[in-house]
Design a protein around this ligand. Structure first.
Ligand code: SAJ
Length: 437
């Protein structure tokens, strides 16, 4: 049998060894799904503490069930290393490492490049490499392929290479790795064949596209779609503020339309490590072709402006209350970038805290999911959400609408609430002490 036939046979009888590089919110759930159907999974995780946790069967990703990970590790189906020595044992190598931005919004492929070099050093005949990290069209073919080919092995003959974008919605209980349709694009037909067989073992629907580039563009379009639509409702919020209209009422009514519309909501800004970042990968690549992606640039500008708008609105409310911002005590309610998660990366709430502190306000925060904040100049511990803490605050700013918080309790004991998420929509009493974004 040739390398492709051998690999297909091992994939189909689940004797293939699956490597997962990067055991984060994408990699660890993926590793669990593969191990659950009997694949032995070897993780490569640069963070030794995380690798140790995995090897002790200790879960750290909310979308993974603790007992499942514990059981799979105990059965020897999942193991994590911090180096690439075991790459030759792997039949499939799935790369799920971060693709952040530099400070001036240009792609930072350093994680992908380092991993690709390490994989190339250990590459052998008969392996499939799949990049799942969100990136600009061309990364797999123009950045990864030359490095992997420097091993002397020939793509489509000795090894196979695809892009298959991750589609994880952190915290989504309905859509998981298993039932979220997966798109796959190969650098050639042989690679696509092998990857369709691989992903098809554990994912209900796998959709092939004509190239790795097409698959990369599919994903950045998905996140651009979200960034643009979030920016649209954020801009509407800014306009409603000028017009003295309630943007939440307007959107609630607009979304009663049974067709041709989809709900998005304004907020204090856009956090996470996807929506604020990924569209700028496409913007950067398009510029190389002398093409300006206006929607991406405009959406990013509007979304990044929202924390300042929240600060300005908070200052206006304090002035109405007769409280000088520099003398104010402000309780920011929620640090995570979106509800019911502990993740506060790129969180707009942290930016709001920073901006309010620049005005001299004494800013504290409460977030049931985020016990401490150590983020670029913000070093705070979450305070308890008590009557005393609420009454001591001149203003409560709701920045994350965690469902576990009793907003009726908050409004009942707060002097005033600036609600940037409409989290108080169900609170009837005390409406006069609530200002909505
Ligand atoms: N947000 C709004 N208004 C909205 C929706 C979101 O202000 O109407 C804010 C959120 O509060 C958050 C940010 O935008 O701060 C991003 O939220 P998100 O749910 O759009 O993005 P992520 O990063 O949590 O996950 C997304 C996935 N989410 C959904 O599709 C719902 C998906 O786009 C990607 O699979 C994932 O990013 C990724 O890994 O790229």
């Amino acid at each position: 049998m040739n390398p492709k036939e051998q690999l297909l046979a091992r994939i189909r009888d689940h004797t293939a060894v699956v490597g997962v590089v990067g055991l984060g919110y994408v990699g660890l759930p993926f590793a669990v799904e593969k191990a659950k159907v009997g694949f032995r999974v070897l993780g490569v995780e640069q963070n030794p503490a995380r690798a140790d946790k995995v090897n002790r069967g200790e879960n750290y990703i909310s979308d993974v069930r603790d007992e499942e990970l514990r059981d799979l590790v105990a059965r020897g189906l999942i193991r994590a290393d911090t180096d690439f020595a075991h790459v030759p044992e792997m039949d499939v190598i799935v790369i799920c490492v971060p693709t952040p931005l530099t400070k001036n919004l240009t792609p930072d492929l350093s994680y992908v490049e380092r991993v690709t070099r390490e994989v190339a050093r250990n590459l052998r005949r008969g392996q499939l490499v799949s990049l799942e990290s969100t990136t600009y069209p061309g990364t797999t073919e123009e950045v990864m392929l030359p490095v992997l080919a420097s091993s002397g092995l020939k793509v489509e003959v000795d090894f196979f290479l695809v892009h298959s974008p991750e589609r994880v919605d952190p915290g989504n209980k309905r859509y998981t790795t298993k039932n979220t349709t997966k798109v796959v694009g190969g650098v050639g037909p042989e690679s696509l064949d092998v990857a369709l067989a691989f992903y098809g073992q554990t994912i209900e629907r796998v959709v092939p596209v004509s190239s790795a580039k097409a698959a990369e563009l599919v994903k950045v379009f998905e996140n651009t779609f979200r960034a643009v639509n979030i920016a649209l409702v954020n801009e509407l919020a800014l306009l409603c503020d000028r017009m003295g209209l309630n943007v939440w009422e307007v959107l609630d009514a607009a979304f009663t339309k049974p067709f041709g519309i989809m709900p998005f909501w304004p907020g204090p800004g856009v956090g996470g490590h996807c929506i604020p970042l990924d569209p700028h990968y496409l913007e950067w690549k398009a510029k190389e072709l002398n093409f300006n992606t206006h929607f991406i640039a405009l959406a990013g500008e509007i979304n990044r402006r929202m924390p300042e708008f929240v600060r300005d609105k908070a200052i206006r409310v304090l002035n109405r209350l007769g409280v000088a911002p520099s003398q104010a005590r402000i309780l920011v309610l929620g640090a995570a970038y979106k509800r019911d998660l502990a993740d506060h990366r790129e969180s707009p709430a942290v930016e709001v805290i920073r901006l309010l502190r620049e005005y001299g306000a004494d800013v504290v925060y409460h977030d049931p999911y985020v016990p401490t904040l150590h983020d670029e100049g913000v070093d705070l511990d979450s305070i308890p959400l008590t009557v005393d803490e609420l009454q001591k605050s001149d203003l409560v700013v709701i920045t994350t609408d965690h469902t576990s918080v009793d907003y009726g309790f908050v409004v009942a004991h707060a002097r005033h609430v600036l609600d940037t998420r409409n989290a108080t929509r169900g609170v009837a009493a005390g409406r006069d002490r609530i200002t909505l974004l």
